[in-house]
Design a protein around this ligand. Structure first.
Ligand SMILES: [Zn+2]
Length: 151
């Protein structure tokens, strides 16, 4: 049995849900895509906004573009309190559990978006206690708090 199932999500459109209890550290699903060179990424306007949701850097030379229908893992939503992280070895990456996950829970990871002037175009509906309201990577959320205070 696959450890995941695609279902309508409370966060956004579709999501992936656990079909069984999963231990922290477990590989859940391969994040599949096309391996492209970092040079190609730099040249292609498709990736030119720092918000390339489906783009992962593999190493100095290669990126992985997961923006394909066959990549089921692309349906995983962002959360401000995620239970997964995407990493791998060589040219393969996997979605790993970073917490114990119970059957029926939705998988999520931090999309890692930079904080910049168009953050408002990416609202977050993860509903976690620490949700900052927008899809911004953990390390940059303090900027958002600062902005709120200024208003
Ligand atoms: Zn959130």
């Amino acid at each position: 049995m696959k450890p995941y199932i695609v279902k309508r999500s409370k966060i956004d459109n579709l999501g992936l849900y656990a079909t069984k209890n999963i231990r922290k550290g477990t590989r859940i699903i391969e994040y599949k895509g096309k391996v492209i060179t970092v040079k190609e990424t730099e040249k292609n306007p498709k990736y030119d906004n720092g918000k390339a949701i489906y783009l992962f850097n593999l190493n100095k030379r290669y990126d992985l573009d997961g923006d394909f229908k066959f990549n089921t893992a692309r349906l995983i939503n962002h959360s401000c309190d995620p239970n997964c992280e995407v990493y791998g070895t060589g040219l393969k990456i996997w979605v790993h559990a970073i917490k114990d996950i119970s059957k029926g829970e939705e998988f999520s990871y931090d999309y890692g978006f930079n904080f910049d002037e168009d953050y408002k175009n990416y609202p977050c509906r993860c509903k976690s206690k620490n949700c900052c309201g927008f899809i911004v990577r953990e390390g940059s959320r303090w900027r958002l708090k600062k902005k709120k205070k200024q208003k």
